[in-house]
Design a protein around this ligand. Structure first.
Ligand code: C3B
Length: 835
């Protein structure tokens, strides 16, 4: 077999079909079979896209066989399972991950090469599964990977959005949103048309007397929408365990498309009903850390919770156990408050359908649920209006009122005459209209509440949930610091670094026990190792530089310091601080003599991230970055000393390319606002250093890698409140003098019409600088000068890079999952035999 290898082939010549493949390249044989039969394509007419589909189908076959066996094993074993309920799963691409987890990537590479394809090009054909906004959704994906890898019997439950997060296009410096229709040609899901659940909405509640005389409630005259299951196999790394992610899709209930209406000649309205039903799972809400109380969002939440719970309860009932054993068989984790209605739904099933007494049922509910809080930002804490709930879910509202009543009675007993306390902790906020506070309901309905980094977990205990600590005691609250999966973020994203580490440590065991990385420290002074380490970083930077050239047209110097901030655009994450810093740098360079410029460390400031479509300030930040980019990059006088790049449509697969290419990344949220952050971990694990505030997981990263290996700056969380107060109520508020010069440049139209950016400057100068941009500006700029100095000493920098990676063992989601399993779920892994 001697076929030409073509770099980026569209049409690949194949000489005859009777090609014999070597027996050990099974994937190739399978992929050819899929191309020829499943896809009905001739190998003569096979492009990269068909090669992708064929390869994906070949790997999918393997996954589904292991998936089946895993489900059988778990059913047979019948031990406690974990159910992870998340409205977002930001999975990214699946093929590369499947190849690495199954362990046949090399065979696939060879097979594809024989057919004339480069594996990277084939992998690049896949559309990201982007069913999430940012950190919360990506964390869910990393946790699934670890649960499977560690052989936990675990299911993810989510929604199968027809449109994931929008695609971002930058047009004249402005963000434009384009729908992301991702389902065409998605081989990774299995529709289960036989697994459907009827979900009710609206209607009314009827009280009736049961045969035994008991007063019962039934929910009647409701509208019905059908939930259909779609299963996505989740392979573990180096194990046969293949878990399931079940995503629900909505459609009109079968009886409902509606032959009655149809026959009565009401064709349009029958079709309209159908479309209305399908709307429920049509689109992911594109807000990150912001809730807007839209009815359709509430419908999504209930639809997904009710379908998932029905499934969980059905599975439990098959075992014919007593209800009291439910919490011994089922652990349900709420990823933020989005699935809080699951608490109410389980209580409803137990009392209304199964006939349990309230207390017995509530005891089962609270033992089964755990709640993870991901934010303290008030605008992100969910509240639903009582009238909305009353209309959409009348029975649930009654149950919420009852839960609240019994809860407040307990509080009243413990804190007699403390009316303030009662109104603070009540599930119902006495506003107009009244609102249901979902976080309160989630705390009251769970046995454990956790934050996602130490600082964050302390903050929730001392601020937003302080009263609940007094009521329940500190034991209900705990911390589980976030992590990332080293399979995707080291092995897949940075294969050469992974291979170099494996060579030094004598194998890839570190991928499943990340603490083994500490052995790398022994090689910090090893010359050859250091050279290879540096060479890998250079190659990763070169690849990014090429991508930047291709996509933006700007050439960047690959030897410059690559300074990256990629994440959702949000005022609290402070991309505005970064771009103001870049402008300051630009002004400083412009004012330098030729002699002084020789000492400047060349920089490429790289930004990426989406703004919520309705978040005007965030969109203004994107606009400013793009305008600065245009001015600076076209200023020949500055040349390579500074370049500013905005990478369009940041997503998981781009993160996989960007993280390994950074020298420095920015995690610069106002202290106390970023619950954890997880990209900080991804960058450090790929050998990048970070500049950051004392916020979220930055603090624990510092503890692990050492203060000398991170560039920290800025106000501490404990001082933020007082500064904010002073901005508003203090005597005249003076902004930082260097920042004032930056503002002068903006106002002097240096980056286009100053009016476009007036909201940004005014938020600092006139509206109380809530995010402390001015307070932190000086220490930010000074710390960047220290970064420059440090970068000049390449050997020192390299030592910091290697040492940091060696000390990142703590931040694997494997550690995270074991902590959840021990301290919240009380579940055991299921040993996998040699079946
Ligand atoms: C995010 C937080 O903003 C991050 O600090 C955190 O690392 C991740 O969750 C994961 O815990 N988050 C989010 O992406 N969306 C929200 N609605 C709330 C928090």
């Amino acid at each position: 077999l001697n076929l030409p290898t073509r770099k980026s082939s569209r049409q690949v010549p194949m000489f005859g079909r009777s090609v014999e493949f070597p027996a050990d390249s099974l994937p190739q044989k399978e992929l050819v079979r899929h191309i020829e039969t499943t896809l009905a394509r001739s190998l003569y007419n096979c492009d990269e896209n068909a090669a992708y589909s064929g390869t994906a189908l070949a790997f999918r076959d393997r996954l589904i066989i292991e998936w089946n066996k895993t489900q059988q094993r778990q059913t047979f074993n019948d031990q406690k399972r974990v159910y992870y309920l998340s409205l977002e799963f930001l999975m990214g691409r699946a093929l590369d991950n499947a190849m690495l987890n199954v362990g046949l990537k090399d065979a696939a590479r060879d097979g594809l090469k024989d057919l004339g394809f480069r594996i990277e090009d084939v992998i690049g054909q896949e559309h990201d599964a982007a069913l999430g906004n940012g950190g919360l959704g990506r964390l869910a994906a990393c946790l699934l990977d670890s649960m499977a890898t560690l052989n936990y019997p675990a299911w993810g439950y989510g929604l199968r959005y027809r449109y994931g997060i929008f695609k971002q296009e930058i047009v004249n410096g402005y963000q434009m949103e384009v729908p992301d229709y991702w389902l065409d040609n998605n081989p990774w899901e299995f529709p289960r048309h036989e697994i459907t659940v009827d979900i009710q909405f609206y209607g009314c509640v009827r009280k009736y007397q049961a045969e035994n005389g008991k007063i019962m409630h039934s929910w009647e005259d409701a509208e019905i929408v059908q939930a259909v299951a779609y299963d996505v196999p989740i392979p573990g790394y180096g194990t046969k365990t293949t878990n399931n992610l079940r995503l629900w899709s909505s459609k009109a209930s079968s009886g409902e498309f509606d032959f009655q209406k149809f026959n009565a000649g009401d064709y349009e309205s029958a079709v309209a009903d159908e479309q209305r039903a399908e709307t429920i799972s049509a689109v992911l809400y594109p807000n990150d850390n912001l809730e807007r109380g839209k009815e359709l969002r509430l419908k999504q939440q209930y639809f997904w919770c009710a379908a998932s719970l029905y499934d969980i309860v059905r599975r439990f009932k098959k075992s014919k156990r007593a209800w009291s054993e439910f919490p011994d068989q089922v652990a349900i984790q709420l990823n933020d408050t989005h699935p809080t209605l699951a608490i109410v739904e389980l209580q409803r099933i137990l009392i209304d359908t199964e006939g349990l007494e309230w207390d017995e049922a509530w005891n089962i509910v609270t033992k089964s649920f755990g709640y993870t809080n991901h934010t303290v930002l008030p605008e992100a804490l969910e509240k639903w209006s009582v009238p909305l709930l009353q209309n959409l879910l009348p029975r649930h509202l009654q149950i919420i009122y009852d839960v609240n009543l019994y809860f407040l009675q307990i509080v009243e007993k413990r804190f007699p005459n403390d009316r303030e306390m009662l109104s603070r902790v009540s599930i119902i906020e006495e506003s107009h209209p009244k609102m249901v506070r979902m976080a309160h309901l989630a705390i009251i309905g769970s046995h454990k509440v956790n934050g996602v980094a130490e600082l964050h977990s302390d903050l929730i205990k001392t601020t937003i949930f302080k009263d609940f600590v007094e009521i329940y005691g500190p034991d209900r609250f705990t911390n589980v610091t976030n992590g990332i999966t080293p399979r995707r973020w080291l092995h897949q994203a940075n294969p050469r670094l992974s291979a170099l580490i494996a060579e030094k440590l004598g194998g890839y065991e570190f991928l499943t026990d990340l603490t083994l990385l500490d052995k790398l420290e022994a090689f910090v002074d090893d010359k050859k190792f250091r050279t290879e380490w540096a060479e890998i970083k250079s190659a990763n930077k070169l690849r990014l530089a090429r991508y930047i050239k291709e996509t933006t047209g700007f050439s960047v110097n690959p030897d410059a310091l690559f300074d990256v901030q990629v994440k959702r655009i949000h005022e609290y994450k402070r991309q505005q601080l970064n771009i103001f810093g870049v402008i300051h740098r630009y002004l400083t360079i412009k004012a330098m003599s030729a002699e002084e410029r020789k000492k400047v460390v060349p920089r490429v400031s790289i930004f990426g991230g989406k703004a919520a479509p309705g978040y005007w300030m965030a969109k203004t930040v994107i606009h400013l970055i793009n305008k600065v980019s245009f001015v600076v990059n076209n200023d020949a006088d500055v040349g390579d000393l500074l370049k500013v790049i905005f990478i369009e449509d940041y997503n998981v697969s781009k993160a996989e390319m960007i993280c390994p290419a950074s020298d420095l990344s920015e995690h610069i949220s106002t202290a106390g606002t970023e619950a954890s952050g997880t990209s900080n971990m991804k960058f450090v694990l790929s050998g990048g250093l970070i500049i950051g505030t004392c916020d979220g997981a930055n603090i624990e990263i510092t503890r692990e890698i050492g203060e000398q290996n991170i560039f920290l700056f800025g106000t501490l969380a404990e001082d933020v409140e007082e500064l904010r107060h002073r901005h508003v109520y203090g005597q005249t508020f003076q902004i930082d003098s260097q920042l004032a010069k930056v503002f002068e440049a903006i106002k002097g139209n240096m980056f286009g019409d100053a009016g476009d950016f007036s909201a940004l400057t005014a938020s600092v100068e006139q509206h109380g600088d809530f995010y402390l941009v001015s307070d932190d500006f000086n220490s930010y700029v000074t710390t960047h000068e220290m970064v420059d100095e440090a970068f000049k000493n390449r050997e020192e920098w390299l030592a910091k890079s290697i040492t940091s990676v060696a000390r990142m063992g703590f931040f694997s989601t494997d550690r995270v999952i074991n902590e959840y399993a021990d301290s919240i779920w009380n579940v055991e892994p299921l040993e996998v035999g040699k079946d």
